[in-house]
Design a protein around this ligand. Structure first.
Ligand code: BGC
Length: 754
């Protein structure tokens, strides 16, 4: 929406991806931050550095602990003194980081400050919903704020640099890391990537509460074959540019100071050695001058990938590709000095990377104020941790992340005057499941469980009958009888089902998308009592829960909702909050439908009930269980037919406005995420059947109508043609507007020929 005509130059006709990416860009953008003062400072410093000190700046060892106390440092003070460490991974705590910083500043030859990197993924101590959950809010303002809160807390713990946002598009829910990103869609992913970058970095990097953001994992990490983490991404140049790169471009445009390379290869080239994509695309074509960090031992892994025979070669390849910081491998610092001195690794490549590390430190203001917000007594850290305001923010974010998938007979919201409530399922009091995975600094004791949330809201008037029923992942059904008995004595039943938090995120892939263990049978046994049953799901990926449909009347997708999860879920169950979230990723009927996503191609034989020889299955529908964008409310919304401002656009004036009137037809106020999709009906290359190009959260009182207007410009209508040039072709475009990708109303317009 409202984006300007891009300045990307036309691309030459290509035979392969490498060819086009090596083509020199016509106009590289000037780096945003490299001011003359910065350059002069860094030049002067680099002139004093030895080869060892330079390679030391590129070295990032793994952390020495999450210690907030004055723990004795073991191991690498000497390395700091010798200037062999530039940055740290996974080290936090105001007292500890302050102490290490003092060694670097006061006891190393050049006094270059350290920079502390950490995985601040969804909150820090105040854990917010997992990123996939936050993304379901379709609320960039709230998502940006969540990242801001995380930065405020993390920086108070001595952290300068977060390894977030994860902006990998994920269309295979077997892949555990689907939980860490914004889901399947490049447009939503781009909007939220930019929001998160802005939130982490704030409005001024020199402020002590700013942290550098890292867009990761560059690139196509989510395209891993078979949903197996770290596996090959063998994708086309088109899907690279249309699907996987856009969120990185959005992060760069939002000012992201750092990008992390991905573990995967693309078509034979591991990303840690991918000079065409790092040096030529990111740095030259996009004009990005930030810091590129390897993933954990990513440089060393060039050996098992089979493109480096030894550590020296791996280091040379990584550096040549433009990987500036060597996370954990210690190859740059240990194996490259001799290579550089022998002239086998060019000094210019080392200098380019060192400059980027020093630039980052300069931009954070570390040379002037190396201690930033860290204090030797940890007082500031304590004051900024888990504040009531941060908890309130986490609760609001969680409320906005809960997706109401089903609500037959308006079972929800429940009444607070319910006399007996059965609380069933293995996740009802599971503290870790509130935090989810990648809550690195999170603590279980900070989390409010669902049972605690219910107790706090309901008070003494309601009796809770609690029965676990089954474990998360076991075949044991011996608890069913007790669960059914609990349901029978209750006026209503809430079940907490789903995955263990260690069933998603890194290296946690599954070949089944079903509820693990016997949880589905448990839900059906409880539902058979005929009581009003609500299933609340806690999980990190789309689940194939079709078996519950029609049997369990209400289903609420809660993801892993963060420290305030128990309260937020209760707020929605009892109607203090009307759910408004929408699915950022498609839910399949079963794993065999994967990959399944809304922005698919039509094919030459689109699926049809009547025609056998069309693109579909014998055993399940071709449509998903729940479509991208689906999510119910306690009220209902009516969409009038959308209207375009102009029936025809001249190619020289590609500005369109689409308006739609939406009415709240129910009895309570609610927020609807109004979604706009575009289709280029006939083009020189095939186009997706729909592509998200805008969304707005719209608050409506009962009976109220409002008209929402979307602006569409060049980028919203553009595509890469068969020469990979970004063009808008003449012809008709259909615009779809609605509350879900599969429930829309449409209007068409035309782009005239020249
Ligand atoms: C993950 C990254 C993470 C890094 C540092 C790696 O294993 O892939 O996402 O930032 O570790 O913890």
């Amino acid at each position: 929406m409202n984006r300007e005509v891009p300045t990307v130059p036309p691309r030459p006709l290509l035979v392969g991806m490498i060819a086009v990416l090596l083509a020199a860009p016509a106009a590289a953008k000037p780096p945003v931050y490299a001011t003359p003062a910065e350059k002069a400072f860094v030049d002067a410093l680099m002139a004093k550095m030895t080869v060892e000190e330079k390679l030391g700046q590129l070295n990032q060892p793994a952390g020495v602990g999450n210690n907030t106390g004055p723990a004795a440092m073991t191991g690498n003070e000497d390395q700091i003194r010798k200037g062999e460490i530039g940055t740290y991974l996974g080290t936090q705590g105001a007292v500890l980081t302050c102490r290490l910083q003092r060694i670097a500043v006061e006891q190393s030859r050049l006094g270059i400050p350290l920079m502390f990197g950490y995985d601040v993924i969804h909150g820090h101590r105040t854990v917010f919903p997992v990123p996939l959950g936050e993304s379901a809010s379709f609320d960039p303002v709230e998502v940006q704020h969540a990242a801001r809160v995380a930065a405020i807390e993390a920086s108070a713990h001595g952290i300068h640099w977060t390894y977030a946002p994860m902006v990998d598009i994920a269309r295979d829910p077997r892949w555990g890391r689907v939980v860490e990103g914004a889901g399947e869609d490049p447009y939503l992913g781009s909007v939220l990537a930019a929001a998160r970058v802005r939130g982490f970095q704030g409005d001024d990097l020199r402020k002590p509460d700013a942290v550098l953001a890292t867009a990761k994992h560059f690139v196509a990490y989510g395209a891993a074959e078979g949903g197996r983490d770290y596996d090959v991404a063998d994708i086309s140049e088109r899907s690279l540019h249309e699907v996987y790169l856009p969120p990185f471009k959005a992060a760069v445009d939002a000012g992201a100071q750092s990008i992390m390379a991905a573990f995967n290869e693309i078509a034979g080239v591991p990303m840690h050695a991918h000079r065409p994509l790092i040096e030529d695309l990111l740095r030259k074509e996009w004009g990005w001058d930030g810091l590129l960090v390897s993933d954990y031992t990513g440089v060393m892994e060039l050996m098992p990938h089979g493109i480096a025979a030894d550590r020296k070669q791996a280091g040379a390849l990584g550096l040549r590709a433009g990987v500036d910081v060597d996370m954990v491998s210690q190859i740059y610092v240990k194996d490259l000095p001799a290579e550089v001195k022998a002239g086998r690794v060019p000094m210019a490549q080392v200098d380019a990377s060192v400059r980027r590390v020093l630039n980052a430190k300069y931009r954070l203001g570390l040379f002037e104020n190396p201690y930033r917000s860290c204090t030797d007594d940890g007082a500031h850290e304590r004051a900024m941790t888990l504040t009531p305001q941060h908890r309130a923010d986490a609760r609001r974010m969680a409320q906005k992340s809960l997706v109401l998938l089903e609500n037959d007979n308006d079972v929800l919201p429940l009444s607070k005057s319910v006399r007996t409530l059965a609380v069933i399922g293995p996740l009802a009091d599971h503290r870790r499941a509130m935090l989810g995975n990648w809550a690195v600094a999170g603590r279980e004791e900070d989390a409010v469980t669902p049972i605690e949330g219910l107790k706090a809201a309901l008070g003494d008037g309601t009796r809770l009958v609690i029965a676990k029923g089954a474990d998360i992942d076991s075949q044991d059904t011996s608890g069913f009888a007790q669960a059914v008995a609990a349901a029978k004595q209750a006026d209503a039943v809430v079940m907490f089902l789903g995955e263990h938090p260690d069933m998603s995120a890194e290296a946690n892939n599954r070949t089944s998308l079903d509820l693990p263990g016997v949880q589905e049978q448990l839900a059906l046994a409880v539902a058979a009592t005929g009581k009003p049953v609500v299933a609340v799901l806690l999980n990190g990926r789309p689940l194939s829960i079709g078996g519950l449909k029609g049997k369990v009347p209400a289903i609420l997708e809660a993801w892993f909702p963060g420290v305030e999860g128990g309260h937020a879920i209760t707020d929605v169950l009892f109607g203090d909050v009307n759910p408004s979230a929408k699915l950022p990723v498609t839910f399949p009927h079963n794993v065999g439908q994967v990959p399944i996503y809304y922005a698919h191609k039509n094919t030459g034989r689109p699926p049809s009930e009547q025609e056998k020889y069309t693109s579909k299955y014998l055993d399940v529908p071709w449509t998903p269980l729940y479509a991208f964008g689906h999510g119910l409310s306690y009220t209902t919304f009516r969409y009038d037919a959308p209207v375009v401002a102009k029936k025809t656009l001249a190619p020289s004036a590609l500005q369109q406005q689409v308006s739609v009137r939406v009415t709240n037809t129910g009895k309570r106020e609610g927020v609807e995420v109004v979604q706009l999709y575009v289709r280029d009906d006939v083009a020189t290359v095939t186009r997706p059947v729909k592509q998200l190009r805008g969304f707005q959260r719209l608050a409506l009182a009962p009976g109220e109508s409002k008209t929402v207007t979307f602006d569409l410009g060049f980028e919203d209508l553009a595509m890469y043609d068969d020469r990979m040039q970004r063009v808008v072709e003449p012809g008709t475009f259909t615009v779809y507007v609605g509350g879900s990708s599969d429930r829309t109303r449409e209007v068409a317009f035309e782009v005239a020929a020249q």
